[in-house]
Write a protein that binds this ligand. Structure first.
Ligand code: HEM
Length: 450
């Protein structure tokens, strides 16, 4: 007959002390992770505001005042694009990846030192790149150097979030969102390697730090459609089904969407832009159908601590994704289409990517960054309406102005830039003030990635 001895008072004291020790350690780890993530987010916001948006607005005002798209230095345009894609969104993604992926996959804790080294290398790399494009001082050395820093930072990130084993217990099943995030991570790896290759090539044979136009167009397909788009789909599939109360994800269909998108990126890189456009549009439509954004929700959306209009903006952002792909097909059918390509790019980067970062970012980042609450949920729809209005003005007037359809559109472009700048500044203010406010109490029970 088995006999279970009652737990003695000394053992109970020991158990209580042990539990307290483990809880304290878990809370300390969570606080260090939140500090890390907050540093990545603040860094991304700084890149977004000055090297990214401010320079973009400056470029657009100069282009509009001269009435010619090719009137400013390609190096300055590329400085803006790199700061936005890698300095802002890329830094956000690395930070969120370090914070959330090991938790979502139940991986063993990694050494935070690696994430800090990655941050330092990434910031130095992206900053040198921006400065090199603006002031080409010793650019034949600094251009490849900046690209090398970015590649090494990525290798550390990849090794940290993909190289760790699951912690003991039941292994987490391989869910479709993970495959999509892996496809996006490979897109990031490809973008950084192309960037390194082109930087070396340009340093050896170019006459300025700007990449040649033809290569830049193909490279941008990889860094936007090949990296950012599937990354947003992956995290949408993981979080938005819950946050928006959507019907269950169609996992296999999402994988088909990712396959179509990857094929579109590969074919676009080979300059078959029409076929690529069709595949990207098909992929985007299939992804929206897989995540079921445009079907009636199954449950009420979880909009606590954000504005209740949050789901509407997510749907509008996915609408812009379809518009961006459709404009890409139109541009591929025209002999000369700088305005339509530019409009397609900003429908994607502002209408889709920035709107998704504004919406999902304000939903998840305050709680990830030390259990905070968003400072002003009311500002959320204000900035999103401004962002979308600015994007609409920009996309429409860029086509009309750059394609020489009507001269009045040149005077609308600076207005669109200032409207977007206001939206972006409000987003940064809302997050900065949120981070400056004290957190709510942290316990292991409320440490969650949902
Ligand atoms: C206030 C908002 C913005 C303004 C005024 C702006 C302005 C510009 C301008 C004038 C160009 C030159 C090409 C063209 O005329 O189409 C450009 C290119 C570009 N922008 Fe923006 N932009 C803004 C926001 C963004 C955002 C949010 C992103 C990404 C998240 C972005 C990514 C890019 C990229 C990737 C390019 C192409 C760079 C290249 O040719 O290598 N922009 N932008």
């Amino acid at each position: 007959m088995s006999h279970v001895s009652p737990i003695g008072s000394q053992e109970r004291v020991w158990l209580d002390a042990n539990t307290k020790y483990l809880m304290d350690r878990a809370i300390a780890r969570e606080q260090s992770l939140s500090r890390l993530l907050m540093t990545y987010i603040v860094t991304g916001l700084v890149f977004m505001l000055l090297p990214g948006t401010f320079l973009g607005v400056w470029n657009l005002i100069k282009i509009s005042s001269r009435g010619a798209a090719e009137s400013i230095s390609p190096a300055w345009i590329q400085a803006h694009g790199h700061a936005q894609l890698f300095g802002w969104v890329g830094t956000f993604i690395l930070g969120i990846g370090f914070y959330a992926i090991p938790k979502l996959r139940k991986l063993k804790p990694f050494a935070l030192r690696e994430a800090w080294i990655c941050w330092a290398l990434w910031v130095v790399g992206v900053t040198i790149r921006w400065l090199t494009n603006i002031y080409p001082w010793h650019w034949r050395i600094t251009l490849p150097l900046s690209a090398s820093f970015e590649v090494v930072a990525f290798v550390i990130f990849f090794h940290t979030v993909a190289g760790h084993r699951p912690s003991a217990g039941v292994p987490r099943p391989w869910e479709p969102w993970i495959s999509v995030v892996i496809a996006a991570t490979l897109g990031l790896a490809a973008s950084l390697l192309f960037n390194l290759g082109a930087s070396i090539q340009t340093a050896l044979h170019g006459s300025s730090p700007a990449f040649p136009h033809e290569f830049d167009q193909r490279y941008l397909i990889v860094s936007t459609w090949g990296f950012l788009v599937p990354m947003v789909w992956g995290f949408s599939a993981r979080w938005l089904t819950v946050f928006m109360g959507l019907r269950p994800l169609r996992g296999r269909i999402l994988l088909v969407a990712t396959g179509l998108n990857t094929a579109g990126v590969a074919i676009g890189f080979c300059e078959q832009f029409m076929v690529a456009g069709v595949l990207l549009l098909a992929g985007a439509g299939t992804a929206a159908a897989a995540i079921r954004f445009f079907e009636p929700a199954a449950k009420p959306a979880k909009t606590i601590n954000v504005h209740p209009s949050f789901p509407v903006f997510i749907r509008i952002a996915y609408g812009w994704l379809l518009v961006a792909a459709a404009l890409g097909i139109w541009a591929s059918l025209e002999a000369e289409a700088p305005g339509i390509w530019g409009a397609s790019r900003h429908a994607l980067t502002v209408g889709f990517i920035a709107a998704m970062v504004f919406s999902v970012g304000q939903r998840v980042l305050p709680s990830f960054c030390g259990m905070r609450v968003l400072w002003s949920p009311t500002l959320m729809p204000v900035m999103l309406v401004l962002l979308i209005a600015g994007c609409l003005l920009r996309v429409a007037s860029e086509i009309v102005a750059y394609q020489d359809y009507a001269a009045w559109a040149w005077s609308v472009l600076p207005v669109s830039a200032l409207v977007e700048l206001t939206a972006v500044t409000l987003f940064a203010i809302n997050l900065f003030v949120t981070f400056l406010r004290p957190p709510v109490a942290v316990t292991p029970l409320n440490m969650t990635t949902e």
